[in-house]
Design a protein around this ligand. Sequence first.
Ligand code: ZN
Length: 131
Amino acid sequence: MNEFSILTQERFQLIDITEKVEKVVKESGIKDGLVLVFVPHSTAGILLTENEENLKQDWIDVLKKLVSGFDFRHNKIDDNADSHILSGLAGQEKNFPINDGRIVRGIWQQIFLVEFDGPKSRIVTVKIIKG
Ligand code: ZN
């Protein structure tokens, strides 16, 4: 198992981690299998989308709107119910096939860590299964 840290800067932020994940896969030497990309955090997520500035802002606008207008009970504890809910909706992991030593993904499918309660230090866990 491998992991790396990312320091986020904004409360809501999309950070492209494709190169970091590809580096882990390459260094593993595994040619065929599966790679799991997971965040051990309940206020962050993993998304696949195109790395384009306007689209990243569109994602943030949509995500904020999804959780606006609620009187969240959890906010009496630490004021981040919206972050937990978005993390759950986005999902905290993604799996990819590995073929010929490369992650199988579409040309516009970049892998993003999504911060919903930053700024924070985040861990991304990468687990490769040979097979
Ligand atoms: Zn909380």
